[in-house]
Design a binder for this molecule. Structure first.
Ligand SMILES: Nc1ncnc2c1ncn2[C@@H]1O[C@H](COP(=O)(O)OP(=O)(O)OP(=O)(O)O)[C@@H](O)[C@H]1O
Ligand SMILES: [Mg+2]
Length: 513
């Protein structure tokens, strides 16, 4: 007996033979057609060729209405080993759209200076995206390219329906690149840039200032800053409103910038506040050393090189330049300026108007994205009013001596205590003397491994008492000097009066004669 399946197979054999014959017939007809077409097409006029090509494209569009855009990892590996910016941005973007959930094969990499593993989709994986109601598909792959020395290079390919072509090329790709760049910046450690003078190596030994960076690790935060709580809250709210104010700034037609002037005695936390601002907003810091800038043109060049989401800082602005000299043309300042010019070739230097242009340039649309500029000074009264007027420096923040509230923040930071029996004495003394948060912090630091909170608080009380004594001595010395000056004035006045009377007598006598 023949089993049922075998019987069915035997029945199918003639059908399969018919199919094979059919395929062979179609194949040979196609080959004949193509041969005939290639012969005929040689004799067709150019216009007809053109029409046929257009028809072919339209037919292809009908059968396959999708567009593909490929973004390669390298433009020309032979020329540079640098990955293309677009590829890197797409990689970051794709990793952000929930890659770990949709893709089963991922790549993990650890970037230089970054302790976090960055995930991205592995080769030949697909990620689906949606934008303005359109469905889009990204595919990762590898291809060998003649241009790239036949090396295999990775690529991302975007596939979408032809009807979305305009939207994709005009909005979606820009959105992907912007978001990708943003994600990359957010994920990498913050940087602190400083401008250094570099010799160009030419015979004229000219030098130019350029930015160099290192990783920004500063533990400062708003929680650990000792300052008036109300003021602290106001600054935080101002910064948050700024960082989230893209649409608002666009609506009111103002560049997305904000200027902060921090002033106060040394050691009151100006630099610490800048670090706290950078940490909170996750912005890079550009620490601009004006004395290393040759002239106004170079200053402008440095400005253009700054990136968005950054804080540009000019510390001790009154010491950096002869900015005050424009209003107070003191001989001393002028003399030192001339000496400086002789010493270096920075003959022109950065002037007040150069700096004003720099800030206004920053405020203009020549640089995109948000930027904050911060000036610090110990002597706000010395600064030119034009430099710090509202609109250039929007918020003026005074950092002052340590109050009891500030001390409590420092006690929490350094000793991890909220209250202590010695706090009452400290509150009384801190109200009587001027002590900077830096000095308070120094006293709360352990001097030996055995120093407990009691010891450190008594160190502070000792320092406060000493400061009080000193202040009293100073006040006494001042009072003494004033008293002596007054006495001297009183002694001199009668003598002048007497001599006046004598003079008058002599005149009377001579008139009488
Ligand atoms: N308000 C503060 N809150 C917390 N710590 C502070 C504060 N002020 C100063 N300190 C401490 O003192 C040190 C010096 O402070 P900082 O450098 O911020 O002062 P500054 O105002 O910038 O001084 P300068 O005018 O000399 O540049 C900081 O490292 C920090 O430890
Ligand atoms: Mg400082």
């Amino acid at each position: 007996m023949v089993p049922a399946t075998t019987a069915r197979l035997i029945k199918m054999v003639p059908k399969m033979a018919t199919l094979t014959t059919l395929l062979a017939t179609v194949g040979s007809s196609m080959a004949t057609l193509m041969f005939v077409w290639s012969v005929i097409s040689q004799y067709l006029p150019y216009e007809l060729h053109h029409i046929i090509r257009k028809l072919k494209l339209r037919l292809k569009d009908l059968l396959y209405p999708y567009v593909k855009i490929t973004i390669n990892e390298f433009r020309d590996k032979a020329l540079s080993n640098r990955r293309s910016d677009a590829y890197v941005a797409v990689e970051a973007y794709l990793s952000s759209i929930n890659t770990s959930k949709t893709s089963k094969r991922l790549k993990a990499d650890m970037e230089h200076h970054n302790s976090n593993l960055a995930l991205s989709i592995d080769e030949y994986q697909t990620v689906n995206d949606e934008f303005q109601g359109a469905k889009l598909e990204w595919v990762s792959g590898k291809s060998s390219s003649k241009a790239l020395d036949k090396e295999q290079i990775s690529f991302y390919r975007l596939i979408f329906h032809n009807k979305h072509r305009e939207m994709v090329t005009q909005s979606y790709l820009q959105h992907v690149i912007e978001r990708g760049k943003e994600i990359r910046k957010r994920n990498r450690p913050k940087r602190i840039y400083t401008n250094v003078c570099r010799s160009s190596g030419s015979a004229s030994s000219s030098s130019a200032s350029s930015w160099v960076y290192s990783v920004f690790h500063h533990p400062a935060s708003f929680e650990t800053i000792a300052m008036d709580e109300e003021k602290k809250k106001e600054i935080i709210e101002d910064l948050m409103a700024f960082s989230e104010g893209k649409d608002y700034y666009a609506r009111i037609g103002k560049a997305w910038r904000r200027g902060y002037l921090l002033y106060g005695p040394p050691g009151t936390g100006k630099s610490t506040l800048i670090a706290a601002m950078a940490n909170m907003l996750k912005y890079d810091v550009y620490d601009l050393e004006l004395t290393a800038v040759k002239d106004n043109t170079e200053l402008r060049k440095l400005l253009v090189e700054t990136s968005s989401k950054s804080i540009i800082v000019i510390e001790d602005i009154d010491c950096s330049l002869h900015l005050t000299g424009q209003r107070k043309k003191q001989e001393k300042a002028e003399k030192s300026r001339l000496e400086d010019e002789k010493k270096s070739e920075k003959a022109a230097g950065v002037t007040l108007s150069g700096l004003l242009n720099f800030i206004d340039g920053l405020w203009s649309s020549s640089c995109d994205g948000e930027r904050i500029i911060v000036f610090t000074t110990n002597h706000v009264e010395n600064l030119d009013k034009a430099l710090i007027r509202r609109g250039r420096m929007d918020m003026h923040i005074e950092l002052s001596y340590c109050g009891f509230e500030g001390f409590k923040v420092l006690a929490m930071n350094y000793l991890e205590i909220e209250t202590h029996q010695m706090f009452d004495t400290i509150e009384r003394l801190i109200g009587e003397v001027k002590i900077t948060p830096a000095d308070v912090a120094e006293n709360l630091m352990p001097k030996t491994l055995l120093d407990d909170p009691d010891k450190r608080l008594s160190n502070l009380i000792g320092a406060l008492e000493k400061a009080k004594e000193k202040a009293l001595e100073k006040a006494k010395a001042k009072a003494d000097t004033e008293k002596k000056a007054k006495q001297l004035e009183e002694n001199v006045e009668p003598t002048i009066k007497e001599s006046k009377v004598l003079d008058e007598d002599q005149t009377m006598q001579s008139k009488a004669m």
